[in-house]
Design a binder for this molecule. Structure first.
Ligand code: R7I
Ligand code: MG
Ligand code: MG
Ligand code: MG
Length: 371
């Protein structure tokens, strides 16, 4: 059985990436690693409840979890469409993609008669290739890891098509869910093996969605670039050059193709046992050292896991562009691998609704193992 702590780590780190990244989403210029880290450090030192609000990424991830819990771990498109739409109308100002609002209005106006209809009509019938399906796919990876018969890929397609029917969006969501599913079983050592499994998932997703290698628009070719970057191991002092190169090659856009492989790189980079956390972070003292009521005494291992996650999120946001979504997806993968111990208490205090996300993760875990 996958421990509940890994479900919690996944969804809480996804929340943290969204909340931390939202401050930088589509800033006109990329921020340095140092600038991003100083902002995060200040966020965690505020020591008041929820200075950081979450965006559509978390609103819709919560909605996916709630629908999965209601439907005993299954993807029921009508339930999911209703749950996503309710989340949207509860707060339409959470930074939704330009096409998303219209889909939710159409779904509601037709009383959810055809959960796939409005999304299929977008962009002259080609459907959106935005990353809005991938950004909420983590819970599907969690459920998929527990399912005995792993019906995952088909269910991810159904869940994605409610808002995104373009092949690029479907394959990206499927790859993101697979990344979470595989990260849950990561042994802490063999990142090459994790990469190989992900590359195989990318190839399968391309084939299933009719994407062809060579057109420079396949997940297979992006994953090959991920491997090249993973082979490089640049020094911490070169982190901003690394970020510039990764952002240029893999992308930081709102499209699934130019953000999911980027998030996967951010996660795998951090999970390599040889990865050195940036000195700004390895020298960091959690705010709790001044206030024992917030961060209790941590074991060395727990401290290192927290530093790893913070290093991942800082790097992801320093790439620029779609920072909330890339950090959220990277966080989901790393959080699934490391578990909830990797989330500093001061960070959880800073992120909106962390308590609700935590209990939702626990409910999802219960559902995942109760059938
Ligand atoms: O994918 P989506 O939900 O957006 C998610 C992003 C994340 O960064 C969130 O944090 C939030 O900021 O938004 O929303 P969509 O509107 O479906 O897709 C995003 C954008 O991708 C669209 O608004 C378009 O600009 C672009 N796009 C397309 N452009 C041309 N042709 C998506 N599909 C197409 C297309 O087929
Ligand atoms: Mg967002
Ligand atoms: Mg959307
Ligand atoms: Mg975004």
């Amino acid at each position: 059985m996958i421990p509940c702590a890994k479900f919690r780590g996944c969804l809480l780190a996804a929340l943290a990436g969204d909340c931390l990244g939202a401050q930088f989403e589509f800033s006109p210029r990329r921020s340095s690693f140092r600038t991003v880290w100083l902002a995060f450090d200040a966020n965690m030192r505020e020591r008041r409840r929820w200075p950081l609000v979450y965006t559509d990424d978390t609103a819709l991830t919560r909605a996916v979890c709630e629908s999965l819990v209601d439907c005993r771990g299954r993807v029921e498109p009508a339930s999911l469409a209703r749950s996503l739409t309710d989340a949207y109308f509860k707060a339409t100002d959470r930074g939704y993609g330009a096409a998303a609002g219209g889909v939710f209005e159409d779904l509601r106006d037709a009383n959810f008669a055809d959960p796939f209809g409005p999304a299929a009509a977008l962009f002259e019938g080609r459907g959106s290739y935005g990353n809005g399906g991938a950004m909420r796919a983590a819970p599907l990876g969690l459920i998929g890891a527990a399912a005995a018969a792993a019906p995952n890929a088909e269910e991810v397609h159904l869940a994605t098509r409610v808002t995104h029917s373009n092949a690029l969006a479907l394959a990206g969501a499927r790859l993101m869910a697979a990344a979470v599913r595989l990260a849950l079983r990561f042994d802490g050592v063999d990142v090459d093996r994790l990469y190989d499994s992900l590359a195989a998932e990318a190839a399968a997703a391309d084939t299933a969605c009719g994407l062809h290698e060579g057109e420079a628009s396949s997940y297979t070719s992006s994953m090959r670039q991920v491997k090249e970057f993973l082979g490089k191991h640049p020094a911490s002092s070169a982190v901003d050059e690394e970020a510039r190169a990764v952002a240029g090659a893999l992308g930081t856009e709102v499209t699934a193709l130019r953000s999911v492989p980027t998030a996967i790189y951010c996660a795998l980079r951090t999970l390599r046992p040889s990865h050195r956390v940036h000195p700004l972070i390895s020298e960091w003292q959690p705010p709790g050292n001044q206030n024992p009521s917030i961060d209790e005494a941590l074991s060395i291992e727990q401290r290192q896991q927290q530093q790893r996650l913070l290093d991942c999120l800082t790097f992801a946001v320093s790439l620029g562009g779609d920072t909330d979504t890339i950090a959220s997806m990277a966080g989901a993968i790393v959080g699934a691998a490391l578990g909830a111990d990797a989330l500093p208490a001061s960070l959880m205090l800073a992120c909106e609704a962390s308590d609700a996300v935590d209990s939702l993760a626990t409910r999802l875990h219960r559902v995942a193992y109760s059938s």
